[in-house]
Structure formats: structure tokens, C-alpha cells
Design a protein around this ligand. Structure first.
Ligand code: CAP
Ligand code: MG
Length: 491
């Protein structure tokens, strides 16, 4: 009896919702005639739920701006001006689609992106109307961007330091492997072999910081000694990014230590430490004129589920705050990311203007002039044989980074490093790797060990995704967020 009563009540509520589907909590946030103002922040969201998509969109707009579930005696005209407006819905099904929302800038405490996060990445994720939701993109207007400085050095600064401004060849980097466990001397020895083979840049892995077996300060001391040796022997400038990720106070101590010892670079697990600490630590590194390597470990937990935030959105924050190089995926290696999606992720930090050429979930965007280009890092499962494929996705302005692909080379670390540099040289000379391998034995050994990825296969996948909007729409219609995952991540 009790169950039946509840059933009737639910139906009644559902009917009321249908009648009033143009409103949430008594107010309507749907305004399809609205054309966003110059200073609005725009968000693009995929959502599917138990209500009509219009109703879901209203709920999202309300909860992420001024609204709640019911009418308020306290809501006045001034407050109403601060509301979010749903100005477009690309409906895929009755209960699913792409929602475009505009937020007036006055809604936010601009420099405080944590306040912004609590609004637009906050309660909306818990709304019970939803089955799935991903925030796919965001745009920041010029006035918002002008509150941030962007990278101090950026890609050109890194190229200048390493001496590749003219040649424009891809940089080659390595992560010392095994990722944890080596002691400081062993670690530095692996780095030495890497540099001597031609690697420009060595980095700690994301989970190596200051463990007992490899103390941060000892590791830095050993690394500074060998960098000095390498630079004297080769006449080249090389880089190393020690991972300083920790509580803010410890990160500040580590920056002091590096700076006091004359070192110029540090690495941060940017997603792990969160926006607030990240801004503080970046400001401090910039004050010391240091280079910043940004590792994105952990972002997948927020991006890849039924509810999430696309990594491209994080990239926009990281570029605004001012990292100099950032992991964005390879399109061909061990981590998710279809070539066309990785190209988009690369373009966010590389281009000044992003327009039209991508499939779903992407908004046009323009960076303020003073916000420099971040050097894109392609990493994860790479080896020399994949590098033509990496170049097909990224072009030549890329840091091609390999851990296993260097230290797992049949000839050892130095040969692995050589194979990566040879691949970079071949790419900048426009020579296909198999041809270059005929006269370069380390590259030849890498291709023999791991094979060669023909870049034309990568290029054809990128074209496929741009051209088939209709069929991709049908895929998303059938499978919801799974379709978006197939398009963006390839699974
Ligand atoms: C690469 C790596 C990086 C990944 C992260 C690793 O090592 O050090 O952390 O690149 O992925 O531990 O997997 P390998 P992404 O070269 O041995 O794979 O760059 O996509 O964030
Ligand atoms: Mg790693």
C-alpha cells in the first residue's frame, strides 16, 4: 500500500515537471534568444538524465549560479542579473544533449579560481536528475584572462635555453626508470647516460619526490654534479625537472633549495596539488625565473567517468597560471586519447586561436596576446618507432618523452637516448624514420625491437573524426557518454 502511494506521488511530480519543464525551482534559466555578452564565461556540457534535457539544463544553470530547488523570498532583481543562462541546447535525445551556458563575469571573484570552481564545477555534479554529465569546455573572456600572466618562459624560452630556436627540432626527454626505487647516485647515473646519448631533458617520475631511498636534496645534488659534467663535456645545455610535489610549505622549501643551489627548473604534479597551491607555487617559481614542468597525473580520474571535467579545461587554467611545459598525450602511445583529441589538447596550450576544426565538445577560443605558448609534452608508452606518429599529431614543436623507450632499448640507456634524438633529427629533416634508420644504428635497433608506426595511419584517423559529424552524432545518440569516449579516447 505504502509503495503504491509513493508510486502515485512520483508520477504526480513527474507530471508537474513536464508541465513546468521550462523552469527549475520556480525560475527559468533557459533563454535561447540570448547571445552571450563579451565578458561572459561560456561552458559546454554533455548531459543525459531522467528528465527532459531542457529541465536538466535549467537545473544545472540554477545550481551553478544563483538558484536552488524552490522559489525564494530573498531573490531580487540585482541577484537575478547574476544568473546563468542556457542559450543553446543541441538535443541528441529527449533526455540528452549538449548544453551551452553563459555566466556573467560579475558572478565571480575573478582572481579566485577556487570560488569559480565551487560554482561551475561544484554542486551540479550531484544533481539527481543526472545519469551522466561531462563539462567539455569553457571559455574565459579577455577581462578574465587579463588577471593572469601566463608562462614566464613558455616554449620559446625553453628552446632558447636548450639552443633549438633555429633548428626547431622536437626536444627529446626521458623519465628515469624504474619510476621509483633507484638511489640518488644510481638515478644520476641513468640521467648521465641519457644526456650523453643526446637527451635534452630528464625528469623525475610523478611518484618520486622525497622517499627514503632517494631523498630530494641528495638527488638534486647528484644531478647538479652530473649536469655540470655533461655540459662541460658536450657544450650543450640540458635540463632536469626535480619533482617538488608536496604540501605548499614543503614545495616552497624545495624551491628555496633549488634556487640556492643555482638550479633553474622544477616539476609539479599539477592536478594532484589543486588550483590554489598550484597558483602559489607557480608564482614563486616565476619570481625565481625558473622553468616549470607540469605533469598531469590523476586527471583521468575526473575526465574518464560518467561524470567529469575534460582535461582541456584544466589546460586552460594551467596555461593562464603559467606552466612552461605540460603533458597533453601522444595520440599513439600507452595512454588514452585519439589523435584528433590529443591534437585539440595540444592546440589549447599551443595556439593563440582555436576555431572550428574539431568535432564535438569544443568551443572556439582566443588567448590574450601576452599569454605565451606552453611547450606540449607527448609522453606515455613512446619509443623512437612511434615518433613519426607523434609528429603527425603534434608537428615539430613537441617534447617527445620516453621512459621505457629509452631505458628498455636493447642497447641500454645511452643507445635509447640516441635513438630518440635520431628520430627527432629525422623528423626535423623531413626524412621518414625507416630511411634514416639505414644509417643510424640505434634508431634501427629501436625499430627492430618495437616496430614502426606509419604516420599516414595516424593522419587518416584525424581526418575521419572531423568529417563524420552526422554518424558521430548518431553514435552519441545511441550510447551517450560512451560515444564521446570512443571519439575522444578511442574506447
Ligand atoms: C611515461 C610516464 C608518464 C606518462 C603519463 C609514465 O613513461 O612517466 O608519467 O607519460 O602520461 O610513468 O607512464 P613511459 P601522460 O615512457 O615509460 O611510458 O603524459 O599522458 O599524462
Ligand atoms: Mg610517469
Amino acid at each position: 500500500m505504502h509503495e503504491r502511494k509513493e508510486h502515485i506521488n512520483i508520477n504526480l511530480v513527474a507530471d508537474l515537471c513536464l508541465v513546468h519543464f521550462m523552469a527549475y525551482g520556480g525560475y527559468s534559466y533557459l533563454d535561447e534568444k540570448y547571445s552571450p555578452a563579451r565578458n561572459d564565461i561560456i561552458m559546454l556540457i554533455w548531459a543525459r538524465g531522467r528528465e527532459r534535457i531542457e529541465k536538466i539544463a535549467e537545473a544545472i544553470a540554477a545550481e551553478s549560479s544563483i538558484g536552488t530547488w524552490t522559489k525564494l523570498k530573498t531573490l531580487n532583481k540585482e541577484v537575478w542579473k547574476l544568473r546563468a543562462r542556457v542559450f543553446r541546447i543541441d538535443k541528441i535525445a529527449e533526455n540528452a544533449g549538449f548544453i551551452y551556458i553563459a555566466y556573467p563575469l560579475e558572478h565571480f571573484e575573478i582572481e579566485n579560481v577556487l570560488q569559480l570552481s565551487a560554482s561551475v564545477f561544484g554542486n551540479l555534479f550531484g544533481l539527481k536528475e543526472l545519469y551522466e554529465m561531462r563539462i567539455l569546455d569553457i571559455t574565459f573572456p579577455r577581462r578574465f584572462q587579463s588577471k593572469f600572466e601566463g608562462p614566464l618562459h613558455g616554449m620559446e624560452g625553453l628552446r632558447k635555453y636548450v639552443g633549438t630556436l633555429k633548428s626547431r627540432r622536437p626536444h627529446v626527454g626521458t623519465i628515469v626508470k624504474p619510476k621509483v626505487g633507484l638511489n640518488p647516485k644510481q638515478f644520476a647515473k641513468v640521467a648521465y647516460e641519457s644526456y650523453m646519448g643526446g637527451i635534452d631533458f630528464v625528469k623525475d617520475d610523478e611518484n618520486l619526490v622525497d622517499q627514503k631511498f632517494c631523498r630530494f636534496k641528495q638527488r638534486v645534488n647528484e644531478m647538479l654534479k652530473i649536469i655540470d659534467r655533461v655540459e662541460k663535456r658536450t657544450g650543450r645545455k640540458v635540463l632536469y625537472s626535480p619533482n617538488i610535489t608536496a604540501r605548499l610549505c614543503d614545495m616552497m622549501d624545495r624551491i628555496d633549495y633549488l634556487h640556492d643551489h643555482g638550479w633553474v627548473m622544477a616539476m609539479i604534479d599539477v592536478y594532484i596539488i589543486g588550483f590554489g597551491a598550484l597558483q602559489d607555487v607557480i608564482d614563486e617559481l616565476k619570481r625565481r625565473k625558473m622553468f616549470i614542468h607540469a605533469h598531469r597525473a590523476g586527471y583521468g580520474a575526473l575526465e574518464r567517468g560518467n561524470y567529469g571535467i575534460s582535461f582541456g579545461i584544466f589546460e586552460k587554467f594551467y596555461r593562464l597560471f603559467g606552466v612552461d611545459e605540460l603533458h597533453v598525450g601522444t595520440g599513439v602511445g600507452k595512454m588514452e586519447g585519439s589523435p584528433v583529441h590529443v591534437r585539440f589538447l595540444r592546440d589549447i596550450i599551443y595556439e593563440q586561436k582555436i576555431k572550428g576544426m574539431y568535432y564535438m565538445g569544443k568551443l572556439d577560443y582566443e588567448w590574450n596576446k601576452k599569454i605565451k605558448t606552453v611547450f606540449p609534452v607527448a609522453s606515455g608508452g613512446l619509443n623512437a618507432g612511434l615518433c613519426d606518429g607523434v609528429a603527425a599529431v603534434h608537428g615539430r614543436d613537441v617534447i617527445m618523452q620516453a621512459g621505457g623507450g629509452v631505458h628498455g632499448h636493447p642497447g641500454g640507456t645511452r643507445a635509447g637516448a640516441k635513438s630518440m634524438l635520431q628520430a627527432a633529427e629525422a623528423i626535423s629533416k623531413g626524412i621518414p624514420l625507416p630511411k634514416y634508420a639505414k644509417t643510424h644504428k640505434e634508431l634501427k635497433a629501436a625499430l627492430k625491437r618495437w616496430g614502426y608506426l606509419d604516420p599516414s595511419k595516424v593522419r587518416s584517423q584525424m581526418k575521419f573524426t572531423h568529417r563524420n559529424k552526422e554518424s558521430l552524432n548518431r553514435l552519441v545518440e545511441k550510447t551517450g557518454i560512451k560515444g564521446i569516449n570512443i571519439i575522444n579516447f578511442g574506447f
